[in-house]
Design a protein around this ligand. Structure first.
Ligand code: FAD
Length: 427
């Protein structure tokens, strides 16, 4: 059996690895010159195994209004959310679906489905680590979700409690316990009121992971074709034709679309609708050398919507959501400055010691699904499979999603209920 995969981000490379393990002949098509140059490059590196909450929370409408208002008042690059008005027409159909799924019941329901996949992924990642002995700055520090507002903490704690009913390990910390657990926050600005601690959460650099997985699966026989764009998918009888940008055709028994935010465009060529929209986010990586007391945990700061992850010898700071379509490339100086200011909110002394020339900024597009769940499985077009739409959880759920899909394609029974992530929903 021959399978083509479009995309070499975390979803594509892990899928290639598992299909190859099943003895399947795999070719990966990647438009860039190396793997993981899309969203899998510089994400926060946070594997949210405990409570991977979707963005479809009841307050999502207000988030979009805020995003629009930030852009209209010219504060787009200086805020957590932005949505330039010219991008809105392209987001309308997706946005209505997103809002329709942003209610408490769906949020909690999808949180648990995300958790099942994230938990499964943590087992799959542990097995990969053991078999392949990879080195990608992996660590198991647990995470702290920190708050500066008691009402927001109380409301969030109710969500965490709900997930605890499904097995999530969590601990509520008051201010004193928080500062004892994470003393690097001692000089944080504002009034930290407490946190929720998730011991199951872990960390790693997804780009390093992808690169090593590519080396391993290449030496096991997977073919990677870089600088090769898939332009069109044509389903023919029992097979699939992939037309490349250079007009060459490749025939396979099946194709997996793992093209991140570009999945929608390539799927549309085969008549498949995928409810995914781009949400641009940014990160900066700052060397921590010389910092006497760097954080020991992954920290998610709910007041400023940013994550801080001690990843190897850098602090990776990530956040922001720009609903700007796919045209906004590059990183403005204002945006890098904003990301640097976020460091000062929690670690003022360290922030003042940062040499701007040592900051490594990055921007990428999350493939945001309209209901907060990924799309995994066969589409309504025979032999065309999706593995996409993992939103802000692609690293958290990548290896597990790839394993269940590879099992399915190989005719084996996936180890978790894959119907929860049905590729044909929301069409
Ligand atoms: C700022 C930020 C922070 C994040 N933090 C986290 C986090 O802490 N934890 C977490 O779990 N997730 C996080 N995410 C989300 C996570 O990074 C993504 O969900 C994940 O990387 C998506 O992986 P992917 O393989 O689907 O897409 P990508 O990594 O984007 O890969 C898709 C690949 O397909 C290729 N491609 C596209 N079209 C074609 C074509 N036609 N032909 C050939 N190749 C094509 C692209 O070049 C790309 O290499 C974050 C995202 C951002 C932006």
């Amino acid at each position: 059996m021959k399978v083509a995969i479009i995309g070499s981000g975390i979803l594509g490379v892990t899928c290639a690895y598992f299909l190859n393990k099943h003895g399947i002949d795999v070719t990966v098509f990647e438009k860039e010159c190396e793997p993981a140059l899309g969203a899998s490059y510089g994400n926060a590196g946070y594997l949210q195994a405990g409570v991977p909450d979707p963005w479809n929370a009841p307050g999502a409408f207000m988030m979009l209004v805020k995003a629009l208002s930030n852009s209209l008042t010219g504060k787009g690059d200086q805020s957590a959310f932005s949505a330039p008005i010219q991008a809105l027409p392209g987001l309308m159909a997706w946005g209505l679906k997103f809002l329709r799924h942003s209610n408490q019941q769906t949020f909690l329901n999808h949180l648990i489905k995300n958790r099942n996949l994230a938990q499964y992924t943590s087992h799959v990642m542990a097995a990969i680590d053991e078999t392949e002995q990879l080195s990608y700055c992996q660590s198991k520090p647990g995470s702290l979700i920190i708050f500066r507002d008691q009402a927001a903490l109380d409301s969030y704690a109710r969500t965490a409690d709900y997930a605890a009913g499904y097995g999530a390990q969590m601990q509520l910390l008051d201010r004193e316990a928080l500062l004892q657990t994470e003393s690097s926050l001692n000089s944080a600005t504002g009034n930290l009121v407490g946190a929720v601690y998730y011991p199951e959460d872990y960390a790693g650099n997804s780009r390093l992971f992808c690169n090593q997985m590519v080396s391993i699966s290449r030496s096991n026989g997977v073919c990677y074709r870089f600088e090769t764009t898939a332009d069109r998918i044509i389903a023919t009888n029992n097979r699939v034709k992939i037309r490349l940008k250079n007009n060459a055709d490749v025939i396979a028994d099946a194709v997996v679309i793992a093209a991140g935010v570009h999945s929608r465009k390539i799927a549309a060529t085969a008549g498949i609708a995928v409810a995914v929209a781009p949400a641009k986010g940014y990160s900066i990586s700052v060397p921590t050398q010389g910092w006497a007391n760097p954080p020991k945990h992954i920290i998610a700061d709910m007041a400023i919507h940013a994550g801080f992850n001690p990843l190897g010898d850098v602090l990776r700071v990530a956040g922001t959501a720009e609903f700007c379509g796919l045209n906004k490339t590059g990183i403005s100086a204002a945006r890098t400055q904003y990301m640097t200011q976020l460091v000062a909110e929690n670690f003022p002394a360290f922030a003042s010691s940062i040499n701007p020339e040592h900051i490594d900024p990055w921007g990428g597009f999350r493939p945001l699904s309209a209901d907060g769940l990924p799309f995994i499985g066969e589409s309504h077009v025979r032999n065309v499979y999706l593995n996409t739409g993992h939103s802000g959880l692609g690293w958290t759920q990548g290896a597990g999603s790839a394993k269940v899909l590879a099992d399915l394609i190989a005719g084996m029974r996936p180890e978790i209920k894959i119907g929860d992530y049905d590729a044909q929903r929301l069409v």
